[in-house]
Design a protein around this ligand. Structure first.
Ligand code: SOE
Length: 370
């Protein structure tokens, strides 16, 4: 029997995952059979149009009804809609895949992780950048000890869509709806990637020092003369200390003119270094002991993670493939009755780091990640 998929949300992430669902049977022979069963949203007209384009058989405006009718629930709505529908699905033992950040607050994230721990169903969080082949290649090198003892992890996620003060207010600028700004939206990715890449060798992030800034404090409301306050950060930076002594430096901004979706992460160890940039996602820059400079490794060989499912070596992949890979892993875990990473427990640990960065900014001092 095909897994019947229900999806809440039909905008950016709804489109990214629907594309992945369509690609899975074409490229991943061993993926479980799925049916795009129900698309959930509020605006019936827009919903019907999206269902048609994304290949969903049904639409539903009430998420509780949808959860009753599906085998898997994808929660791709705005951040404030992550907790209640996800918890309801888990209470009904329906597996949940939820977009990042897991929740607007640490408390909500912990409620979600508790619901997952008590459920018979698995729950995954959508940190899609783990599923870039070059990132998995890098993790394998680090886990195998090729970089030696980890000393530095440096992650930056720069965007510039917030630079024009005349651009309208969105839910991403509201604390109630989003939780935080660049910190939760972009920093969540960086903190998850850093923990994923070096966690095995450097341990967890134990202490942080954070700085948050809001540069534009008010925005026009689209289609009216009103303005609304921006109640989240436009940018953050943080220093972090890992249990094994490694130093983390993290940064994200919506105000970094000239950078559209520039996510980079670098790791330096006692025996080598590596650098990754999302803008060159088929490559990894690698330096090992004795090398005079970085070597650029193309991660497009059949033997590289996920690549055998796609094209011959050298035929590069893109951003959308990360969603295919993560959906493949999540749906395969459901079919096999196995756990999935990143789980809600892992995502709530990321949220604790983000919460600590905010706390540190408020207090003006280093704080422990509780
Ligand atoms: C917007 O800042 C956004 O779409 C994030 O929400 C995503 O997580 C990131 O992948 C791209 O940028």
């Amino acid at each position: 029997m095909a897994l019947q998929i229900g999806v809440l949300g039909y905008r950016f992430m709804g489109r990214a995952h629907s594309n992945a669902f369509a690609r899975l049977p074409m490229f991943f022979d061993d993926a479980p059979d799925i049916e795009r069963h129900t698309l959930v949203g509020r605006d019936e007209g827009a919903l019907a149009d999206a269902a048609d384009r994304f290949g969903f058989a049904n639409t539903e405006t009430d998420w509780e009804t949808a959860i009753d009718e599906v085998d898997v629930f994808y929660n791709l709505g705005p951040n404030h809609l992550h907790p209640e529908p996800s918890i309801a699905a888990l209470d009904a033992d329906v597996p949940v895949f939820c977009e990042k950040p897991l929740a607007p607050t640490v408390e909500d994230a912990e409620r979600m992780a508790e619901a997952a721990a008590e459920s018979d169903a698995i729950a995954g969080c959508a940190f899609n950048y783990r599923f870039v082949p070059a990132i998995q290649y890098a993790k394998n090198l680090i886990d195998a000890g090729e970089l030696g003892e980890i000393r530095h992890v440096r992650g930056r996620y720069l965007q510039d869509w917030g630079t024009d003060p005349e651009d309208p207010w969105t839910w991403r600028m509201d604390e109630e709806l989003a939780g935080s700004g660049a910190l939760g939206d972009l920093g969540a990715h960086t903190v998850d990637l850093a923990r994923f890449l070096v966690g095995e060798r450097a341990g967890d992030i134990e202490r942080v020092s954070g700085h948050l800034e809001t540069f534009i404090e008010e925005r026009p409301v689209d289609g009216s003369d009103e303005t609304r306050p921006v109640t989240v950060d436009d940018a953050y930076s943080a220093q972090a200390e890992f249990a094994g002594g490694a130093m983390g430096t993290f940064e994200a901004s919506r105000m970094a003119s000239g950078h559209k979706n520039d996510h980079t992460i670098a790791v330096h160890g006692s025996e080598g270094s590596l650098k990754f940039s999302l803008e060159r996602l088929n490559e990894l820059e690698l330096l090992r002991e004795g090398d005079r400079g970085y070597e650029t490794v193309l991660v497009t060989d059949e033997s590289d993670p996920y690549v055998e499912h796609w094209w011959p070596p050298g035929h590069v992949l893109g951003w959308e493939h990360t969603f295919v890979h993560e959906d493949y892993e999540f749906l395969s875990a459901i079919a096999a009755g196995e756990p999935y990473e990143p789980s809600f427990a892992t995502a709530s640990e990321v949220q604790r780091v983000l919460g600590a960065i905010e706390r540190s900014d408020e207090r003006g001092e280093w704080v422990d990640v509780e």
